[in-house]
Design a protein around this ligand. Structure first.
Ligand SMILES: [Fe+2]
Length: 435
């Protein structure tokens, strides 16, 4: 081989090896890299821990290098000059060591805010800042109120829950809060799942208050996972020891109650009795994870129903919003632990927002049911009227009803269920009755 031919062969060989190397796929990015905390704030989330007319809590995450979190807040203005009026506040900082990283969670509650006022805020360390986000404080009056509610997100949060939560936001962008009825993630001790939950909701959590209650998947065995309290700043007005998982907030004529259906049900029944005995709000709405009326026969929560439904009946709670069963089921007005449908009582809802779906058992109490459907719910309250809409991940209306307060009488329920077929795995069979 001539010297020239050898050179050409070497050149071709190197070109081929170079091509092979460049054609190799990048390795999968690890969870450690994808969810690594940095000095830049992430997992920013608004919650209420006190009076929503004058306070607003915010929580965020950074790397351990950020020892002192700070936030700045000003009344929002049309232009950028609000920045000069921003006041700085110091956060409380808590360390959390997860399965894949170590981080600091920072939280603070803005206080002495004006009711019904748009504020802008940012969080950071004084050098690395979030964007300026906006929120509006609640009114002191029972003005019209809208909120979103979803059942279990739980699985494939980044890939498949994101479209649902964003469609929910698109349908109710001025909702004041977003109820998550438990099982936000599948494995509470897997930090990548919480990372995905925050990524999926993205900046919605920066500007719309989250109202979460834990499901069985936020528990590792019998204990609430250690990361619940660092990452959510919630009221401590529940049963002692269940703070930030069992609580209530009064907002614009509605008493919103979160119960923790995972433990100490009898104590929470007594607490609920007290909380509702002193309730002067026109509307009372409960959320918790395990349903009072299960959508599947083999998933009945008899002990929970016997503990809580007598209190729910005693105070004629307007609406109970749950999850856990990975299907949709919505009742008419119901009373009694054996599930009596009638002209008085409470509307019970089971819903699911994530892609994990189960089979349901048709039952008489179901005014509307669904399988294999991701749903969000928009609840709007205006004076004596409550409007409820369940919409699918495509935004299609799937179920609706209205409740109307009547002086000295039970609520009037009007079904507005669309005439579209039910989303079911098998053709709807005749309701078999009972629980
Ligand atoms: Fe569950």
């Amino acid at each position: 081989m001539t010297k020239r031919a050898s050179f050409v062969c070497l050149f071709l060989a190197l070109t081929w090896f170079g091509y092979r190397i460049s054609a190799q796929k990048d390795p999968k990015v690890t969870e450690e890299v994808l969810h690594r905390p940095t000095p830049m704030p992430d997992r920013i989330i608004l919650t209420w821990s006190d009076d929503p007319t004058t306070t607003q809590s915010v929580t965020w995450r950074t790397s351990l290098s950020v020892k002192d979190g700070v936030a700045e807040i000003a009344e929002a203005e049309d232009g950028p000059l609000f920045v000069k009026k921003a006041r700085r506040h110091n956060a409380a900082t808590e360390r959390y060591d997860s399965d894949i990283n170590q981080s600091h969670y920072h939280s603070l509650t803005f206080r002495d805010l004006k009711p019904e006022t748009l504020y802008t805020y940012r969080v950071g360390d004084g050098f690395n800042w979030s964007e300026w986000n906006q929120f509006r404080t609640a009114s002191k009056d029972a003005k019209p109120l809208t909120f979103l509610y979803v059942g279990d997100a739980q699985n494939d949060l980044f890939s498949m829950w994101s479209r649902l939560v964003r469609m929910g936001y698109s349908n109710a962008p001025r909702a004041q809060f977003f109820v998550h009825a438990g099982d936000l993630i599948n494995n509470a001790d897997k930090d990548y799942q919480w990372g995905e939950w925050h990524q999926a909701a993205g900046w919605i959590n920066h500007s719309m208050v989250a109202f979460p209650t834990p499901g069985n998947h936020e528990y590792g065995g019998k204990r609430l996972n250690r990361n619940w309290r660092p990452q959510f700043t919630l009221p401590g007005n529940g049963v002692k020891g269940l703070e930030e998982t069992n609580y209530y907030v009064d907002v614009q004529g509605v008493r919103m109650v979160a119960l923790n259906s995972n433990e100490r049900q009898a104590e929470q029944a007594a607490w609920l009795d007290q909380v509702l005995a002193t309730n002067s709000n026109k509307w009372t709405i409960l959320t918790f994870h395990h349903p009072i009326l299960s959508t599947a026969r083999n998933r009945d929560n008899k002990a929970l129903r016997e503990a809580w439904q007598p209190v729910i009946d005693k105070y004629a709670v307007d609406l109970v919003m749950t999850g856990h069963d990975h299907t949709y089921g919505r009742s008419n007005l119901m009373t009694g632990t054996s599930g009596r449908e009638g002209k008085a009582g409470t509307v019970y809802v089971v819903s699911v927002s994530g892609p994990k779906q189960y089979e349901l058992t048709p039952q008489k109490w179901m005014q509307r049911a669904a399988e294999d459907t991701q749903l969000f719910q928009v609840v709007h309250i205006d004076g004596n009227k409550l409007t409820f809409e369940a919409r699918t991940a495509t935004g299609a209306l799937y179920d609706a009803f209205e409740l109307e307060k009547q002086r000295g009488k039970a609520n009037k329920l009007t079904n507005r269920t669309p005439k579209t077929p039910e989303n079911r795995r098998k053709p709807a069979a005749t309701a078999s009755g009972g629980l």
